[in-house]
Write a protein that binds this ligand. Structure first.
Ligand code: ATP
Ligand code: MG
Length: 419
């Protein structure tokens, strides 16, 4: 019996020992597994840290209260001494100052800030767990100083390029204008040579005929003959005007210029045209400043210029609902300008380039010589000024005269500059 008990106890002891051995092995396995996991975790943490620190952008993370929990190496480099104090403090209080607190740090927000002369783009990303609970927020500060600098250089280059382009366009325009002026001058010179020859030949016999007709009209007692001779005189006057214009066109520049008062030439022209003004019911408004400087020119030709411009304006006003002509003027540093503006039918775009061409006229056959504008321009250029059409004026038409001012050293106008 004792032996039996002993055997049973031995068997039980062996079974327990076996069980213990099993448990020990299981525990050893578990410990080995745990060790593997720990090593993996440590490796993962190392990798994560290396990656976090390896990123060139400065990064910090904060919790739900906005307290900074982690910063990477780039952030440390950027913040310098302030870096270590950042941990545990609200991100909007520490270096670099950021706007905050942002309400729940919106899922993604972006903004730019300047830190010690560098420009950063700050972006924030919020991370949630599987249940949607806020875990942490990651702020990335990307240094975009170089990009901004490059953009600035690019913008400056584009501006320079645009400026160069504008200068080039202007140069081309100037060149085209110069070419136009040259062509116009050549045309005028050729016509002038021909015209002055013809005009010279015609001038003397014409004056003779006018005198004879005048004489005959005075001596005539018969009413019908008198009437016919009056009409003949009028037609002869038209011919004389035409010949006169041709002579102006052909006359070489170089007449002696004197200081002229623009108002005087204008008044004379308006006096001559008073009958037309009444007949057409044109409202004339003259707005020339009283202190408009005198200009270099000659009175009679300037009067002729005003007559030509006013007659053209009256012609354009014939069927216009509003009939107004306005003469304005002003003085600038080195020029005096006077404009003649009407409310007439205006100049169609296709006619604008030809306005100053000799013999260009839209008047009915036999009514216009087309010499009014080119002759006037020639006169103005002879004064060292110009006559141009203003293409920007609508509706109606505006012509602008420019003069060289004869500046006074004193008020009485005697001390004038040299022409
Ligand atoms: N104020 C104006 N409004 C509209 N068109 C105008 C005006 N002034 C000139 N023009 C146009 O320019 C053309 C040329 O004018 P210019 O004075 O040289 O000759 P004209 O008036 O036709 O003839 P002339 O002056 O010999 O009577 C005119 O026929 C007309 O078509
Ligand atoms: Mg005319």
């Amino acid at each position: 019996m004792e032996l039996e008990d002993l055997k049973r106890q031995l068997a039980q002891a062996q079974a327990r020992e076996h069980q213990l051995g099993e448990t020990r092995r299981a525990v050893v396995n578990l410990l080995e597994d745990l060790d593997d996991d720990r090593q993996r975790l440590t490796r993962a943490e190392h990798e994560w840290r290396a990656a976090f620190d390896g990123i060139r952008d400065a990064i910090f993370m904060h919790d739900t209260q906005g307290r900074i929990t982690r910063i990477n190496r780039a952030y440390r480099a950027l913040a310098g001494q302030d870096a270590e104090q950042a941990l545990g403090r609200p991100y909007w209080e520490v270096f670099p100052p950021l706007p905050g607190p942002l309400p729940g740090c919106r899922p993604v927000h972006e903004h730019e800030l300047e830190v010690r002369g560098s420009v950063f783009r700050s972006r924030a990303f919020v991370t949630h767990d599987d249940e949607g609970n806020y875990l942490f927020c990651l702020h990335i500060l990307e240094d975009i100083t170089e990009r901004r600098r490059a953009e600035l250089v690019l913008r400056r280059r584009s501006e320079e390029l645009a400026q160069a382009n504008r200068a080039l366009t202007q140069a081309i325009e100037d060149l085209t204008n110069a070419e136009r002026v040259l062509v116009q001058a050549e045309k005028l010179a050729a016509i002038g040579t021909l015209a002055s020859g013809v005009a010279h030949e015609l001038n003397n016999p014409l004056m003779g005929v006018m005198n004879y007709v005048s004489y005959a009209r005075e001596k005539s007692t018969d009413a019908r003959s008198r009437d016919a001779l009056t009409k003949a005189t009028r037609e002869l006057q038209r011919m004389a005007d035409f010949v006169h214009n041709l002579l102006v066109l052909g006359r070489p520049a170089g007449e002696v210029l004197v200081p002229v008062q623009v108002q005087v030439a204008l008044e004379r022209a308006l006096d001559l045209l008073a009958a037309d003004v009444r007949k057409l019911k044109v409202a004339i408004r003259v707005a020339l400043p009283e202190d408009l400087p005198r200009v270099w020119g000659t009175l009679a030709p300037l009067e002729q210029v005003f007559i030509n411009l006013l007659l053209n304006a009256f012609n354009a006003l014939e069927n216009a609902p509003v009939r107004e002509v306005c003469v304005e003027g002003g003085a600038e540093a080195d020029r005096v300008w006077v404009s003649v503006t009407d409310t007439g039918r205006g100049v169609p775009p296709e006619a604008r380039d030809r306005l100053f061409d000799p013999f260009f006229s839209t008047k009915a056959e036999g009514h216009g010589t087309g010499l009014g504008l080119p002759t006037s321009q020639r006169i103005m250029q002879g004064f060292g000024g110009d006559l141009v059409f203003d293409p920007d004026h609508h509706p109606g038409a505006r012509f602008v005269l420019t003069f060289r001012p004869a500046r006074f050293g004193s008020d009485n106008g005697t001390d004038v500059s040299v022409p």
